[in-house]
Write a protein that binds this ligand. Structure first.
Ligand SMILES: Cc1cc2nc3c(=O)[nH]c(=O)nc-3n(C[C@H](O)[C@H](O)[C@H](O)COP(=O)(O)OP(=O)(O)OC[C@H]3O[C@@H](n4cnc5c(N)ncnc54)[C@H](O)[C@@H]3O)c2cc1C
Length: 319
């Protein structure tokens, strides 16, 4: 039985593994997709100490660092189930194989919702972005669209409008769901134009995005010329596994964690985009920070002897 199983192969998981290895804890790090969401970040401009780095290169360096420790076993597989057993937890993989660990860190990330438009997949990273906070900087003086009507879209439009020459905020309804504060912020800017009660039908381009085709004419035309499009239609945290084993989720369906990254189940922790931590600010820096905290909490938990305690009538007693 390993000391800890870290589920995920993204920024939070690799960081947690670096810390657990240095705490001399036997560590299984297991995930379906190596590098996680970081693989889709074309250019990262806010990883401290590295002003310009490609997401896949950064993730490769994370992996190399985490797997340089003898204490770390790295495995690529989908985990289908996590269940409590005596003295720890059992993980069941898609293949039917199993592994056991005294503690678990869920670092399963989240999935950006896509629109499924023609051209969307083809131009991802070539003008199609799912993260305004991350990529706005690359559109200085350019014309872009932001699609969506919630907080991330409207806040995203406000961020992009600080650098882009022109921003079209395209929303399928006639009013925004976002916080009025952010709607006011974008309203104040004379370089933001609303395209309401309309949808993008297709993303057009050659090597990169050059335009979008709308469902209904806007200013007399179905075609809107642009250099980039930010799709900000929401994020779904990957909480199926923790939810299945009884971990509490918050009202937004993120894995509920305390300041120490612990969940409501003793010995189970969370880190990164999947959690309610870091004020939902889903970034490499925050995912890494949560991974480090979760690893530290696993170490304290194993040291404290809490592993040998169980709930009994609302009290914790020795097993
Ligand atoms: C286009 C784009 C650009 C971005 N650019 C930036 C940027 O410039 N700067 C910045 O700070 N942030 C950026 N981000 C955000 C950043 O990528 C994320 O915040 C960060 O990667 C989250 O890391 P994570 O480890 O929490 O989750 P993820 O990287 O999503 O990792 C989750 C891992 O869990 C695995 N997993 C999930 N379910 C299972 C399962 N059942 N079994 C096994 N494995 C499972 C996945 O396969 C994956 O390996 C960007 C995001 C996007 C989409």
């Amino acid at each position: 039985m390993k000391d800890v199983a870290i589920i995920g192969l993204g920024c939070a998981a690799y960081t947690a593994a670096i810390y657990t290895a240095r705490y001399k804890l036997s560590t299984l790090i297991i995930g379906e997709e190596e590098g996680g969401m970081g693989m889709t970040a074309a250019e990262v401009g806010n990883w401290p100490g590295d002003p310009e780095v490609r997401g896949p290169d950064l993730m490769e360096r994370f992996k190399k660092h985490a797997t340089s420790f003898d204490a770390v076993e790295h495995k690529v597989a989908r985990v289908e189930k996590v269940e409590k057993i005596s003295g720890g937890f059992r993980l069941t993989f898609q293949s039917g194989e199993t592994a056991e660990a005294k503690t678990v860190i869920f670092a399963t990330g989240s999935n950006k919702r896509h629109l499924g438009l023609p051209g969307e997949k083809e131009f991802t990273g070539k003008g199609v972005s799912y993260c305004a906070t991350c990529d706005a900087f690359f559109y200085r003086g350019k014309t872009v669209a932001v699609v969506g009507g919630g907080d991330s879209a409207v806040e995203g439009a406000a961020i992009v409008a600080q650098v882009a020459a022109k921003v079209y905020l395209i929303h399928r309804r006639d009013a925004f769901r976002a916080e009025p504060f952010w709607v006011e912020q974008v309203n104040k800017r004379d370089n933001v134009e609303f395209v309401l009660s309309n949808n993008v039908a297709e993303i057009l381009g050659d090597a990169r995005v050059t335009a979008v085709k709308l469902e209904k004419p806007f200013n007399g035309s179905l075609k809107l010329k642009l250099d980039g499009i930010f799709i900000e239609v929401g994020t779904t945290p990957a909480t199926a596994l923790p939810e299945q084993m009884g971990c509490a989720l918050d009202e937004k369906k993120y894995l509920k964690v305390g300041a120490d990254m612990s969940t409501n189940i003793s010995g189970v922790f969370g880190a990164g985009d999947v959690t309610s931590g870091s004020n939902y600010f889903a970034q490499f820096a925050t995912a890494a920070g949560e991974g480090a905290i979760a690893a530290n909490s696993v170490f304290s938990y194993l040291q404290s002897g809490a592993l040998h305690e169980k709930e009994d009538g609302g009290k914790r007693v020795r097993e």
